[in-house]
Design a protein around this ligand. Structure first.
Ligand code: FES
Ligand code: FES
Length: 152
């Protein structure tokens, strides 16, 4: 067992955890952060994407002990007091959400990209979300949403 302390969506978080637990398991099971989804569990789909020190990582492949002393952000960070973040609004407006399973991870990758580059090119957007698979939308609406959000 190990104690970890980290920032979770802007709040201090602590947990006593087994060394082998993934960040995905700890976020969902200990902190009820249910936006973080398990798709493949082996680093291929991106449904579990969260930000670790502002960089997108696959929570299914990241040991939770790695979060000790770090900043962790999930989709729950984006909306404030029931108001959606402009990026989330853009996803809704463009129809970039269908089944929604990929959406939280997709949002975190797109958010990280927009933090780094306010007006990304189409190529940059493609690259930014290349680690996130979507089985429903065909990506056109997602690309549109990220582009729209970049112009806000
Ligand atoms: S669940 Fe982590 S990459 Fe698919
Ligand atoms: S909206 Fe269904 S997987 Fe992307």
């Amino acid at each position: 067992m190990q104690k970890i302390c980290f920032q979770l969506n802007g709040e201090k978080a602590e947990a006593e955890i087994e060394d082998y637990l993934t960040l995905l398991e700890v976020l969902r099971d200990r902190f009820s952060i249910l936006s973080v989804k398990e798709g493949c569990g082996i680093g291929e789909c991106g449904a579990c994407t969260v930000l670790l020190n502002e960089r997108p990582v696959y929570a299914c492949l990241t040991l939770a002990v790695k979060a000790d002393g770090c900043d962790v952000k999930t989709t729950e960070y984006l909306s404030k007091d029931g108001t959606l973040h402009p990026l989330q609004e853009a996803f809704v407006k463009s129809g970039a959400v269908q089944c929604g399973y990929c959406t939280p991870g997709m949002l975190m990758s797109a958010y990280a990209l927009l933090q780094e580059e306010k007006t990304p090119t189409e190529e940059m957007i493609r690259e930014g979300i290349s680690g996130n698979l979507c089985r429903c939308t065909g990506y056109i609406q997602i690309m549109e949403a990220v582009k729209d959000a970049s112009q806000i």
